[in-house]
Design a protein around this ligand. Structure first.
Ligand code: FRU
Length: 485
């Protein structure tokens, strides 16, 4: 099928139910299907939206194009969880069905206000010349999931930004509401984070200018501000960032910037950090959404997928997934990302991971390893019966310590033009701790208590379910099978 513009923006009501059902069953039966991560029922999933706590449960939504693995007319799909691990899909929540979001209910955030969940998102509108107009839309969702949109935009794009003005995150501070948005400056065409303030949620919303961060690339998407261990942290996606500022290999990076303080009314961000840092050192993390939860913690969840890329499941009519939810903390100014406690509730069949032979671990697995200092070797995951093909983790834990994750021989190629390997350096002559999660076509590797995370998709042939440590490596390990969520 050819995905013309007309087709991608066809109103949902023009699609027949059977097409959707077929796509759903095709996705459900895919060998690459994920079993304990959020994934689309059908079609394409992208950014996490509205990550929040409301009505006694965790809430998250995903950007959805349900009719194919392409970026078409976007809506929000709603999921709810008691524990940040077991998510129930509640279906479509925000549809592109009014003048303010006719060409897509784009990304945004949520905040519990009274007995409603307030949603703030970008309404994407194209005029007859296909020129984009971005409106920041407000809506209230009640406890039954009914969404009522506010008829007037909360914020219209000011003159100093282009039509690239989106992804509001709503915040509350000292009894007032604030919103930050990704913005492209009209004059310089560079990327910024815009700051707004309102006394009442319905507005008026006042433009406070840009957050005091250097201009980054030509656009910043999906900005977040969270307080981690008391410090303000911006998490965002700069597009077109000069690699001399911070090196990255993916088409667009997802980065963070830790500060000492943030002044909500002037946008002044006091920081000792000189440049943004990659949030994930892997292949496919983008558009992460973070928020400060009522339990006092900051949590983040990411889209595992990148704009402008294709993935092998596109042919099956579905694409992408979320990362697991991670808890944020700070250590020496560096962000740590850890699995949440409830991830342990998925464990079953504990086994020692030992020796240097091929082990049958399946592809829905958690592995914990401690590799002793002064070693060099390779751990192969999702390996074939010969132990040859698979995801290769090459490590050195002596002088010049490093870890390289190479998915080049794991199966079907995934955007190889951006490189098949990602490397990080490690502290020299220290033990290396790895906590690895595999979910059929997703790996998440937590290094040294979440000091780094390397996330990526892989698409291995059926039966690549083995793991193997190379000869001579001294290490300790265990593994679990993980249940479906
Ligand atoms: C990021 C993004 C957002 C936008 C959404 C549309 O992946 O481009 O900036 O709101 O996706 O789906």
């Amino acid at each position: 099928m050819e995905w013309t513009r007309e087709k991608r923006y066809l109103p949902y009501s023009k699609w027949d139910a059977l097409t959707l059902l077929k796509l759903q069953s095709q996705a459900a039966r895919s060998e690459y299907q994920l079993h304990y991560h959020i994934r689309p029922m059908s079609g394409l999933l992208n950014d996490p939206n509205g990550f929040s706590y409301f009505n006694g449960k965790w809430q998250v939504f995903y950007q959805s194009y349900p009719f194919g693995a392409v970026h078409g007319l976007k809506s929000w799909v709603h999921l709810e969880s008691p524990d940040l691990v077991h998510w129930q899909n509640l279906g479509q929540a925000v549809l592109p069905d009014c003048d303010l979001d006719s060409h897509g209910a784009y990304s945004g955030s949520a905040k519990a206000i009274g007995d409603k969940l307030f949603l703030m998102y970008t309404g994407n509108v194209r005029d007859e010349n296909w020129v984009r107009h971005s409106y920041q839309v407000g809506a209230f969702m009640d406890q039954e999931g009914n969404v009522e949109k506010i008829k007037e935009p909360l914020i219209k794009a000011p003159d100093h930004v282009t039509e690239h003005f989106r992804d509001p995150q709503i915040l509350e501070h000292d009894g007032k509401y604030y919103a930050i948005l990704g913005a492209q400056d009209a004059e310089t065409k560079s990327g910024h984070i815009s700051l707004y303030r309102a006394e009442k949620i319905e507005g008026p919303w006042e433009d406070l200018g840009y957050v005091d961060l250097p201009a980054m690339g030509y656009m910043v998407e999906c900005p977040n501000l969270v307080f981690v261990d008391g410090k303000p942290v911006f998490i965002f996606c700069p597009q077109g960032l000069d690699k001399k500022v911070t090196d990255y290999q993916n088409v667009y990076p997802n980065m963070y910037w830790v500060g000492e303080s943030f002044d909500f009314d002037t946008g002044h961000f006091e920081t000792k950090q000189k440049a943004p840092i990659n949030l994930d050192e892997g292949f496919d993390v983008y558009a992460s959404q973070a928020f400060n939860a009522p339990d006092g913690n900051a949590y983040v969840v990411s889209w595992v997928g990148l704009p402008d890329m294709t993935y092998p499941t596109d042919e099956e009519g579905w694409a992408n997934c979320f990362s697991q939810v991670k808890k944020l903390s700070l250590k020496h100014g560096h962000l740590l990302q850890k699995p949440v406690k409830a991830m342990k509730s998925l464990r079953s069949d504990k086994k020692p991971f030992a020796g240097h032979h091929l082990m049958d671990l399946g592809n829905q697995t958690e592995i914990k390893l401690d590799i002793h200092r002064g070693q060099e070797g390779t751990l192969t995951l999702a390996a074939d019966e010969a132990g040859e093909h698979g995801i290769k983790l090459h490590f050195k834990t002596g002088n010049g310590a490093s870890l390289t994750v190479d998915r080049g021989e794991a199966g079907e190629a995934v955007n190889p033009e951006y490189g098949t390997a990602r490397s990080i350096s490690l502290p020299e002559n220290e033990d290396l701790s790895l906590r690895i999660y595999l979910d059929h076509s997703l790996f998440e590797i937590f290094i040294d208590g979440g000091r780094e995370v390397i996330t990526g998709r892989y698409f291995a042939p059926k039966g690549q379910i083995f793991a193997k440590m190379s000869k001579g490596v001294s290490y300790k390990g265990k593994s679990w099978k993980l249940k479906n969520m």
